[in-house]
Design a protein around this ligand. Structure first.
Ligand code: GLN
Length: 555
């Protein structure tokens, strides 16, 4: 058999006991380890819920909607996959029950089943199996596909997925498939012990449906000693060398290193009969060391609507970690509620921060507070990065305060406006189906010379991901530019404004796209990197008591 004919190997990752154990990070970490051993690896997530995709789900319940280049609105775990693998994924990599059922019901309506009774087994499971194998031949040969099954073993809606992977094992054979189960081993303080019973129950549930996990990843607050490992191995029918400790760690980027220290990647390669060199983790180790031991610290405020639910801003948080690494600094994120700013004034919350980020969002709540926060940092020369709605708020603020257009706002919030500086494009206005009007996915953007963005990226054209309906209104572009708010990034046909900047400010950049979706641990996003650099500069200036100067853009 030649190399190209070799069967692609499948790893299935399930979760037990409780949710939120970090199945996405564990899957991404395994992906990174195998990729670092020279294998071509991809990751996908199969979610049992009935939504066709997470695009319509509330990010404050479900976490952020992660958008891919092709415009797919996906689960936030796809963000971890892209960040750990440093690869671009596509719609095919995130499948939900909703999508599976949608396909089957359409087929049934067309009469494709020729009068057969359509059932969960085999129709739903077959459709799941087809989709599980869809990424086998992505851009070239894929050696290993890691599939994370969303939810927790025992959930009713997850059963067709588990049945499908059970069947896959029969079809692929033992050397081509692997079951990894992530479970919880809690520490019970009153007994002073780690408890294995929840893991035993969870594995029993899997075995009842015919799945015997090959490897157990045990999330625990304390390392598993040999006796706990042996006990779990014995009761779960798993060799104790395959009982891996997944200890709580400070940085998610430590997880692959922790797994590697326990020989997990060797074990996986052995079980799947893969021969490959040991992993090269030098760059990753260096990055982790930098996240754990930064030389400096800088405070950046994030001002949004619901600041307590950090999963809604996952990629932004990670982007600051990456940008921190490249600036050898820890970015302390200070979460500020825009409604508190509205009530108590920006001064109270922003006077000791060295940067302000306003993230994307939908809906009017909190917008006036964001505008106030932007005014504060614009006037006090504090570095600012506005993302999507954050950029739109910056335009509104400038129009109101600098041009004196009191009635400037976005058509998203008010219909009758004298100065709708943010509006729908003419061609969008006729689209009635609101779901279809969103600008989604990657679009090219041309950068102006001598701009801070161009300096950050070091190139004249970039591609960035979008997720919004409203746009900068070109009708007001000339007046805003004359007043000092410059358009420094636009679509190649010049119809869409993608970036605005205030040259007469140390660092004030608003972007219509979402740069956080493309930042990587070993390659911080240029705008985040430069924003953090400007914040550190601001801190230095404050410490020596110098007024903040605009840095001359050299280009
Ligand atoms: N609500 C704004 C729009 O639809 C911004 C969206 C966002 O920030 N992602 O245009």
């Amino acid at each position: 058999m030649t190399d190209s004919e070799k069967q692609c190997k499948h790893i299935f990752v399930t979760g037990g006991v409780v949710s939120a154990l970090g199945k996405g990070i564990a899957s991404a970490s395994i992906g990174l380890l195998l990729k670092s051993r020279g294998l071509s690896v991809t990751l996908q997530k199969f979610d049992p819920y009935l939504n066709v995709d997470p695009g319509t789900m509330n990010p404050f319940q479900h976490g952020e909607v992660f958008v891919l280049d092709d415009g797919a609105e996906t689960d936030l775990d796809l963000g971890h996959y892209e960040r750990f693998l440093d690869e671009h994924l596509s719609q095919k990599h995130n499948v939900t029950s909703g999508r599976v059922y949608e396909t089957i019901i359409q087929r049934e309506r067309r009469g494709d089943y020729l009068g057969a009774t359509v059932q969960v087994i085999p129709h739903v499971t077959n459709e799941i199996k087809t989709r599980l194998r869809r990424v086998e031949s992505g851009n070239g040969k894929v050696d290993v596909i890691i599939t994370e099954i969303g939810g927790t073993v025992g959930d009713i809606e997850g059963q067709p997925f588990l049945e499908a992977i059970r069947q896959m094992r029969l079809e692929l054979g033992e050397s081509n498939s692997l079951f990894i189960h992530l479970t919880l081993v809690p520490y019970i303080a009153s007994a002073g012990e780690l408890k294995t019973k929840p893991t035993q129950h969870s594995v029993r549930q899997l075995r009842e449906i015919g799945i015997q996990p090959d490897i157990l990843l045990c999330r625990s607050p304390e390392p598993l000693d040999d006796s706990v490992r042996n006990k779990i191995g014995l009761f779960c029918n798993t060799p104790s060398e395959a009982v891996i400790s997944a200890l709580d760690v400070k940085s998610i980027y430590e997880v692959p290193l922790q797994f590697h220290r326990q020989d997990l990647d060797n074990l996986i390669c052995r079980k799947l009969q893969i021969t490959c060199p040991p992993p090269d983790l030098a760059a990753w180790e260096k990055m982790v060391a930098k996240t754990l031991h930064p030389s400096r610290e800088v405070k950046i405020a994030i001002c949004g609507k619901y600041v307590n639910l950090h999963d809604a801003y996952k990629s932004i948080i990670e982007s600051f970690v990456h940008a921190g690494v490249e600036n050898d600094a820890h970015v302390e994120m200070v979460w500020v509620s825009s409604e508190d700013i509205r009530r108590e004034g920006a001064d109270k919350f922003l006077n000791d921060v060295d940067g302000l980020l306003i993230p994307g969002g939908f809906g009017e709540r909190g917008v006036e507070g964001k505008i106030e926060a932007i005014r504060f940092v614009r006037e006090h020369h504090i570095p600012f990065l506005g993302i999507c709605l954050g950029m739109q708020c910056a335009v509104i603020e400038y129009a109101r305060d600098v041009l004196g257009w009191e009635n400037a706002h976005s058509h998203e919030f008010h219909r009758e406006l004298e100065y709708p500086v943010i509006s729908l494009m003419a061609e969008q206005k006729s689209v009635i189906d609101m779901g279809g009007t969103m600008r989604l996915g990657a679009y090219p953007c041309l950068l102006s010379e001598r701009s801070k963005s161009r300096q950050a990226y070091g190139m004249s054209q970039v591609s960035e991901r979008h997720r919004h309906r409203f746009e900068f209104n070109n009708e007001f572009r000339e007046q805003l530019e004359t007043a000092g708010l410059k358009v420094t990034g636009e679509s190649p046909d010049k119809k869409l404004v993608e970036i605005v900047e205030i040259p007469d400010h140390p660092w004030f950049v608003g972007v219509q796209f979402h740069p956080e979706l493309k930042s990587r641990p070993l390659k911080a996003h240029p705008l985040f990197r430069e924003f953090v650099r400007a914040a550190l500069q601001n801190l230095d200036n404050r410490l020596v008591g110098n007024p903040v100067e605009n840095e001359e853009v050299k280009q």
